[in-house]
Design a protein around this ligand. Structure first.
Ligand code: HEC
Ligand code: HEC
Ligand code: HEC
Ligand code: HEC
Ligand code: HEC
Length: 215
């Protein structure tokens, strides 16, 4: 009697099995990879804002320190976005009829805050605190990049747990003198040595216990 299935069908069957298995794995793994990509995290996308506020003008051209506008960063968990009053301290005199500043004037006269859109946002189950970092000599640039060169602010780091831990395991790679936390472009040649000395001087710990960030 002729064989019901020819020999080659064995091979075809095995190939099909492997393909189905791979397909099943891909269905599970592909989204896991995708949610970790910068596209999904909206990292590197400049965020549109109600006012075209430009850090390049204010920080680079006018030399205003980060802490003039984000002064909460040294004393509180959040760095905060400055109030309209602070903008108007300058802008009722300079550029006071610029159409680009119309929403700022409207906010000032109406008392309604400018509805800025958030750029950075860690999930609620993560505890983050600016003051702890800034007062231990971790610079804004280490986490936010060259904000002084950004037309609109975008997220530079992926803010993943791995990213936090990467620094927490070896803070000496990033620490800088406390009085230079807002300096942009700080790149000493001998960070390895200086970092180790600063970590010793500041008594910086390597914090990796889960409950530090998940409380
Ligand atoms: C003149 C005031 C001013 C100065 C100076 C300033 N900022 Fe800002 N910053 C703002 C305003 C207003 C926003 C909200 C609009 C935006 O996101 O662009 C902002 C937003 C940001 C954000 C994004 C916030 C979010 O939603 O996640 C970061 C990060 C930031 N600033 C860092 C810095 C750093 C670092 C410096 C110093 C190099 C600096 N800023 C200097 C006013 C200022
Ligand atoms: C310490 C003074 C100062 C403060 C505070 C300040 N600005 Fe400015 N701003 C300037 C100067 C100076 C310019 C002109 C910039 C340039 O061209 O170099 C400017 C320019 C601008 C422009 C561009 C205007 C145009 O027509 O080109 C916008 C928009 C603006 N600022 C928004 C803001 C907002 C919003 C705030 C508050 C978060 C703010 N500024 C706080 C000094 C200030
Ligand atoms: C160790 C990393 C780190 C350092 C250092 C750091 N930031 Fe942030 N920043 C973050 C994270 C993470 C968020 C998002 C926080 C959240 O979602 O609650 C954030 C949010 C912000 C925001 C949005 C408003 C807020 O407070 O949530 C501003 C503005 C800001 N940072 C400015 C600064 C400035 C200015 C400095 C330096 C003086 C600085 N940051 C230093 C990590 C850092
Ligand atoms: C560039 C370095 C750096 C990055 C990135 C960083 N940290 Fe830290 N973090 C530090 C240093 C340094 C300390 C201070 C350790 C000490 O107090 O000795 C610290 C302390 C903390 C503390 C206080 C821990 C305690 O028990 O006192 C928390 C909470 C924290 N970080 C959360 C985070 C989270 C969440 C992220 C990521 C979103 C993050 N950090 C990213 C350097 C960093
Ligand atoms: C330095 C801060 C920090 C420490 C320490 C830390 N985590 Fe996280 N963890 C984070 C951040 C930030 C996220 C959010 C990541 C994201 O948005 O992708 C996170 C997310 C998670 C998640 C959600 C799943 C995921 O991967 O997004 C779990 C589960 C978790 N952490 C468990 C732990 C455990 C267990 C430990 C101790 C071994 C730990 N974490 C220590 C910062 C930390």
């Amino acid at each position: 009697m002729a064989a019901l299935f020819r020999p080659w069908t064995n091979t075809a069957f095995r190939v099909a099995l492997v393909a189905i298995a791979l397909g099943a794995v891909a269905v599970v793994v592909a989204p896991m990879i995708y949610v970790r990509t910068p596209q999904w995290r909206r990292q590197l996308d400049p965020v549109d804002q109600p006012v075209q506020f430009d850090h390049r003008h204010h920080v680079q051209d006018d030399g205003i320190d980060c802490l003039y506008c984000h002064q909460l960063a040294t004393v509180s968990p959040t760095a905060g976005i400055p109030s309209t009053d602070l903008c108007m301290g300058c802008h009722n005199q300079i550029w006071n009829d610029s159409p680009m500043l119309e929403p700022v004037r409207r906010s000032w006269f109406s008392g309604q805050p400018i509805p800025w859109n958030r750029v950075h946002d860690v999930p609620d189950f993560v505890y983050f605190n600016h003051a702890i970092h800034v007062t231990q000599g971790i610079g804004c640039e280490s986490c936010h990049g060259r904000v002084d060169r950004m037309g609109s602010v975008y997220q530079v780091a992926d803010l993943s747990m791995g990213w936090c831990l990467d620094c927490h395991r070896q803070p000496e790679r990033f620490v800088r003198p406390k009085n230079l936390v807002t300096e942009m472009g700080y790149r000493p040649d001998d960070q390895a040595e200086r970092g180790r000395a600063l970590v010793q001087e500041y008594g910086t710990r390597s914090v990796t216990t889960c409950t530090a960030c998940h409380r």
